[in-house]
Design a protein around this ligand. Structure first.
Ligand SMILES: [Zn+2]
Length: 336
């Protein structure tokens, strides 16, 4: 990659990004520090200009039932103002409760991402968050009529279709970005997740799935996250589980409305009563989940995230660390 010579006076310098042909203010370029190594960035590189914030043009809804609860639900996507972020609204409780989709509202529940505010929850939000983040919708009010989001076909497809049919509106403010400045890795040898700076200032994700011997096996997938790539490569990839797990959940009275056609249930031969949409559909779905979890930063992420067998909890821990470091940098920049 082309690395231009360092200007003598970096403060206030306007950088020019040749690829984009746009003038970029210093806030848009990663400026080298004397101790660049401690930032993990080996010199100067250019960031792409921050895109505008985006919302949807008009309301749209998706109806279905929750996998766990079996309860019917209607999810409405509404346009929202600049800097609103993604906020869920439980309007089935009085007074209605607003739950911001950020990691500090996350509460730990097995196998799904749940958010909580004032004791009121929204559950299994990750496929909705992935759809919004994947399509770069920053501001949206998500009004829901029950706690658990609809499982639909186990993918983000219904949400993506609803959002796309609404149309996208560009808003007159740059998106708030969280730029990964140096590597952060969490977990252990059995499962880990790592964020690194992205040399081109983009957002990319990578997942290594390892179920050992069997029909799921080992799969790897890597992708630069853009709305086009998300729609094409990830949106329709479905949740999967193994038959033993599905039976264990059923014995607890969960998932009674769910059939093997509503998601991928694997026995030792492959998916039961179902056909894979991609040979590597499982790992694609893990990437989709990862994007949904990373959206809980509340920022547009700039960096490369790699995960090995990680799940919602570990992904959320990474988000917490990244948000904390970002906050510290902002504070440092303000006091400098
Ligand atoms: Zn999922």
């Amino acid at each position: 990659m082309r690395r231009p010579a360092l200007p003598n006076n970096r403060r206030g310098t306007v950088f020019r990004n040749k690829a984009l042909g746009k003038r970029m203010g210093p806030a848009e370029a990663t400026r080298p520090k004397p101790g660049a190594a401690e930032h993990g960035v080996d010199g100067l590189f250019f960031m792409h200009a921050a895109r505008e914030q985006r919302t949807i043009a008009c309301p749209r809804f998706v109806e279905g039932f929750g996998y766990w609860s079996g309860q019917d639900i209607r999810v409405e996507f509404h346009p929202a103002d600049v800097d609103h972020g993604v906020v869920f609204v439980r309007h089935d409780v009085q007074p209605e409760v607003r739950i911001r989709a950020t990691v500090d509202h996350r509460c730990d529940m097995p196998l799904r991402t749940t958010l909580e505010s004032n004791g009121v929850r929204v559950e299994m939000v990750e496929h909705i968050l992935a759809a919004l983040a994947g399509l770069e919708i920053d501001n949206c009010e998500v009004r829901v009529s029950a706690a658990e989001m609809p499982g639909c076909d186990g993918s983000s497809r219904a949400f993506v279709e609803a959002i796309e049919s609404a149309g996208v509106v560009r808003q007159a403010a740059p998106v708030r970005r969280l730029v990964v400045r140096h590597p952060v890795r969490l977990g252990d040898d059995t499962a880990w997740v790592e964020a690194r700076p992205h040399p081109q200032g983009l957002f990319s994700v990578e997942y290594h799935l390892d179920y050992g011997p069997g029909p799921i096996g080992r799969q790897h997938f890597r992708m630069e996250v853009t709305p086009e790539a998300f729609r094409r490569e990830l949106a329709s990839s479905r949740t999967f589980t193994r038959l033993e797990e599905a039976n264990a959940l059923r014995s607890q009275g969960l998932g009674e409305r769910v059939t093997a056609r509503d998601l991928l249930i694997f026995d030792e031969r492959g998916p039961i009563d179902n056909v894979l949409r991609f040979d590597d559909e499982c790992v694609r779905h893990k990437v989709l989940d990862l994007i949904g979890d990373l959206a809980l930063s509340g920022y547009a992420l700039v960096g490369h995230v790699t995960a090995y067998r990680s799940g919602h909890r570990l992904n959320a821990e990474l988000v917490r660390v990244l948000v904390e470091q970002h906050g510290q940098r902002q504070q440092h920049a303000r006091s400098a």
